[in-house]
Design a protein around this ligand. Structure first.
Ligand code: ATP
Ligand code: ZN
Length: 224
């Protein structure tokens, strides 16, 4: 990959993390001008640009060296780390926990199900968009269950009869209640992270990351 002299940060184009992530960077003193195709935002003062993408693509973009940093949920980062192939050159690290986008990845069962612990899932089918994280949780407990991978609308799977339980992101629990489900086990506590390579580039971009981390720490401290 050709060396770059500008830092490139990947963030969610449109979703729950978009506004708080933009707000954080603004508080760090960064200002951007959006390109016409809405893929890039060009930094106006500092040599820092944004790439606006689906959150699921962010870990891969960093691992491939297309971006230097990313703002993404721990759920997405960990799922990527468990399921990505070995072709990616760069190991990823959590540089900072950012305090927004908080949620948990939880197991939930139909309200009327007798649930006395994870072993109750043996022989059952669980619908999820997180087969890596769910698979690890089941393996660690020696539970043999079917994992049904769905891209979305996981919460309706039990009503459709395509699964007996679900493993999905929960924030308030409102979606679970609306679908007559009850949360039983938390697999992962998540929040938005600043993610980057374990080893920073040894050029100007590394210095820029250092500067950005300092500013982020300042912003986080003020908020706390
Ligand atoms: P896209 O893939 O198009 O970028 P998405 O549908 O995967 O969007 P959002 O629903 O905007 O993404 O969620 C983005 C992130 O916000 C999640 O990965 C998670 O880290 C966090 N989040 C916080 N609360 C919730 C919640 N209740 N449901 C889903 N995600 C949540
Ligand atoms: Zn997504």
């Amino acid at each position: 990959m050709r060396p770059r002299d500008r830092l490139r940060i990947a963030m969610q184009k449109s979703g729950r993390l978009t506004e708080p992530a933009q707000d954080l960077l603004m508080r760090c003193g960064l200002a951007f001008r959006q390109s016409r195709d809405k893929l890039f935002c060009f930094g106006e003062g500092e040599p820092v640009d944004l790439l606006l993408v689906r959150d699921d693509d962010i870990p891969g973009l960093i691992a491939q060296g297309v971006c230097d940093l990313g703002i993404v949920g721990r759920n997405v980062l960990n799922e990527y780390q468990l399921t990505a192939g070995r072709e990616d050159a760069v190991a990823l690290a959590e540089w900072r926990a950012l305090g927004f986008g908080r949620c948990r990845l939880s197991l939930a069962v139909p309200q009327e199900m007798d649930y006395a612990g994870p072993v109750c899932m043996a022989g059952k089918r669980i619908a999820t968009s997180y087969p890596g994280l769910l698979g690890r949780w089941l393996r660690e407990r020696g539970i043999d269950a079917g994992v049904v991978t769905l891209a979305g609308s996981v919460e309706i799977a039990p009503r459709l009869g395509t699964a007996d339980a679900i493993c999905d992101l929960v924030q308030s629990g409102g979606t679970l209640a609306a679908n007559q489900l009850r949360e039983t086990d938390v697999l992962l506590e998540s929040e938005a992270l600043l993610v980057g390579p374990q080893v920073l580039p040894a050029d100007e971009r590394g210095d820029l990351v250092g500067l950005l981390l300092k500013r982020i720490d300042g912003v986080i401290q003020v908020r706390e």
